[in-house]
Design a protein around this ligand. Structure first.
Ligand code: SAH
Length: 247
């Protein structure tokens, strides 16, 4: 999978993604990243990429004619006939694991990182650009959202994680704990600062451990995320009762 990133700060990539599991996968060619400097597509001698907004108000906007050239160049680098173009924006659909999985199936995607007040609305309209938000807060640029989205997508590419199945069992996964946040984890030492590990995890009884984990995943989700819990409960009510492991 290839990410084509349009940015005013190409040196920010691959940044933190060149380390650890993702970095290894990058070296192994499981994914690729290419950055295009938006400023290279400016048309005047000062390499201007932004201008004042019509209607007044503070802030500058990225110019549509410069963005057009940058987007056309990115499309030319893509292997897809009609590559997906994503623009990071607080107005977009809030990113989640389902979206990460969906995007990871593309051959390549173009990621557009805004700066200033963002980009001219006509660019979004003209290219049918999809807007994605990292959450309900404002960052100073789309580069951190791009890094976050790439990280989440690359984890879904087969061969990147040592154990691909692990994805399913994580928070927001599709396995036994689908729709739930993850249960608590513990490692050695079994006693630390007078705190012990739940007995059942030391029992070696896998049926009991699974039952405990499901119970805990449900508790954590119920306590922390009413939205997820309501959806999970609804889903569960619709399904025939699963065979629960005996305690
Ligand atoms: N004027 C905009 C904010 C601009 S912030 C507004 O009020 O909605 C500058 C750039 O940072 C944006 O163009 C976008 O690319 C990026 N950005 C900021 N917050 C973001 C978020 N929550 N999710 C995704 N991108 C964001």
């Amino acid at each position: 999978m290839k990410f084509i990133v349009l940015t005013l700060f190409p040196e920010m990539f691959p940044g933190p993604l060149k380390d650890s599991v993702l970095g290894k996968a990058l070296e192994d060619g499981l994914w690729e990243i290419e950055t295009l400097q938006i400023r290279d597509f400016a048309t005047d001698k000062h390499a201007t990429v932004d201008d004042r907004v019509f209607g007044g108000g503070s802030g500058m906007l990225m110019k549509p004619n410069v963005m057009e050239k940058a987007i056309e160049a990115a499309k030319a680098r893509s292997q897809s006939e009609n590559p997906r173009i994503i623009y990071f924006s607080p107005r977009g659909q809030v990113f989640n694991q389902k979206k990460a999985d969906e995007l990871s199936k593309e051959k390549d995607i173009i990621l557009l990182c805004g700066r200033y007040e963002g980009i001219d609305e006509r660019v979004i309209e003209h290219y049918g650009i999809e807007e994605i938000s990292l959450g309900d807060f404002v960052l100073s640029g789309g580069e951190i959202p791009a890094l976050a989205v790439i990280d989440a997508c690359v984890r879904h590419i087969y061969g990147v994680l040592g154990n691909h199945e692990a994805l399913k069992e994580e928070s927001f996964g599709s396995g036994n704990y689908a729709g739930l946040l993850e249960y608590p984890h513990y490692t050695r030492p079994a006693e630390w600062k007078g705190l012990t590990v739940p007995e059942v995890l030391l029992s070696g009884n896998h049926a009991q451990i699974d039952a405990w984990r499901l119970e805990q995943a449900e508790r954590v989700t119920r306590e922390r995320r009413k939205d997820l819990w309501d959806r999970y409960s609804e889903q569960k009510a619709k399904q025939p009762p699963k065979k629960r492991p005996k305690k």
